[in-house]
Design a protein around this ligand. Structure first.
Ligand code: SF4
Ligand code: SF4
Length: 379
């Protein structure tokens, strides 16, 4: 059967095996274009081929990134992200039209360009029993094991983007008891002596902007332009504490805490991990600027941090913070509602508390600087 653009189904599948047209056609109602116009486009712009592997994952990272609205995902994957350069998604098991060995051929063909492609890894990598618990395909009767494919493809990649909490730090599949001995990408590369740079873009799921922005940064300024923190995350997106930009921070400083999820106060005592979590969710917002976890009366559960979810569990327990916990004697939210709460007094107490907390923070910082652990009562 031929489409009204003269493309047979067989031709379509062949083209889609090695192109992003599949993503656009299947999910985004993007108009079909033929192989010739693709070739012409490729001559005009520099193409960055991408192989996207999925290991121990719920596919939520793919879903999140495909929801990118500004720029739209078809602009990211088909058009020029920045003038003169565009990403060419060659392999993505969930969205590509091709399947079986035809799909795998696209992956192998892309990998021939040594040092010329980006490898995106979504999900963690089981290693127990030589990784047999995560098979991503079959070729010539042989199972393709995620552990082997990641090890092989990362060796010659220009860079590896570990997308999501699982791929970056282990996430849910690597949480206790971790029966498959699942590991994050960086650990796999390090244990195999592979030095390809790894950029972690954590989150459960990651914000589409964090991925798209990282890719755009690589295209504009090269790998070196992506400044990362000590956990391998781009500082551009993960450089600030959630707590420092939270609209409820004033309530925290004044000691007004929500007792239940519908209260409009600070959610620290319900288990919010904002004070120990680094991301720009309060200012970037999710779903095209609609809201974010705390804004929706939920908790920040620290989904971008190493050790998530074990380190953040139980999710409704209070985060362990060392310098900014407000004093217990400040009035909780319940008193505010019962009528015994004096806003003027609370404001004054809040100011005092803020000064005290600030002073305590400076004191702690100084103590840390000097590597001393003595109480400050010495005079
Ligand atoms: S503890 Fe959570 S809710 Fe409270 S100010 Fe910090 S980030 Fe916001
Ligand atoms: S607010 Fe916290 S839990 Fe929610 S997405 Fe951001 S980092 Fe993850």
């Amino acid at each position: 059967m031929k489409s009204d653009r003269g493309l047979s189904r067989r031709d379509f599948i062949k083209i889609s095996a090695g192109s992003t047209a599949a993503v656009a056609l299947l999910f985004l109602s993007f108009p079909a274009f033929d192989g010739e116009s693709q070739a012409e486009a490729a001559q005009e712009v520099q193409e960055i081929p991408v192989i996207w592997l999925q290991g121990g994952t719920c596919t939520g990272c793919s879903v999140s990134v495909l929801n990118s609205l500004s720029p739209k995902i078809q602009n990211v994957l088909v058009d020029e992200v920045v003038p003169g350069q565009h990403v060419s998604l060659r392999y993505h098991a969930t969205v590509m039209a091709a399947e079986g060995e035809l799909a795998l051929k696209a992956m192998h063909d892309t990998a021939k360009k040594k040092g010329g492609y980006v490898l995106v890894v979504e999900g963690t990598i089981p290693t127990k029993d030589n990784g047999i618990y995560c098979v991503i395909g079959e070729e010539s009767g042989q199972e393709l094991i995620m552990l082997d494919v990641v090890t092989s493809l990362s060796r010659d990649a220009m860079a590896v983007i570990a997308l999501g909490a699982c791929s970056s730090y282990g996430g849910i599949p690597a949480s206790s008891p971790n029966v498959t001995n699942a590991k994050p990408v960086k650990e796999i590369l390090t244990s195999n002596g592979i030095t390809t740079p790894v950029i972690n873009v954590p989150g459960c799921a990651p914000h589409p902007d964090w991925f798209v922005g990282t890719v755009a940064s690589i295209l504009v300024g090269g790998l070196a332009s992506v400044e990362v923190d000590s956990d391998g995350r781009p500082i551009l997106f993960y450089g600030k504490l959630i707590h420092d930009n939270c609209p409820r921070r004033g309530h925290f400083d004044a000691g007004r805490f929500s007792q239940k999820f519908s209260d409009p106060y600070c959610m620290f005592k319900l288990g919010c991990k904002g004070p120990v979590t680094h991301a720009d969710c309060p200012v970037r917002l999710w779903n095209s600027g609609t809201s974010w976890c705390v804004g929706a009366n939920s908790l920040c559960i620290g989904c971008v941090e190493p050790g998530f979810p074990d380190k953040m569990s139980p999710l409704m327990s209070q985060a362990q913070i060392y310098s900014v916990t407000p004093p217990e004697w400040l009035p909780p939210a319940e008193e505010a509602k019962s009528g015994s709460f004096n806003p003027a007094l609370a404001a004054g107490l809040g100011a005092v508390a803020g000064l005290a907390i600030g002073a305590a923070g400076v004191a702690v910082a100084k103590r840390r600087e000097n590597k001393q652990d003595k109480p400050e009562t010495e005079s």
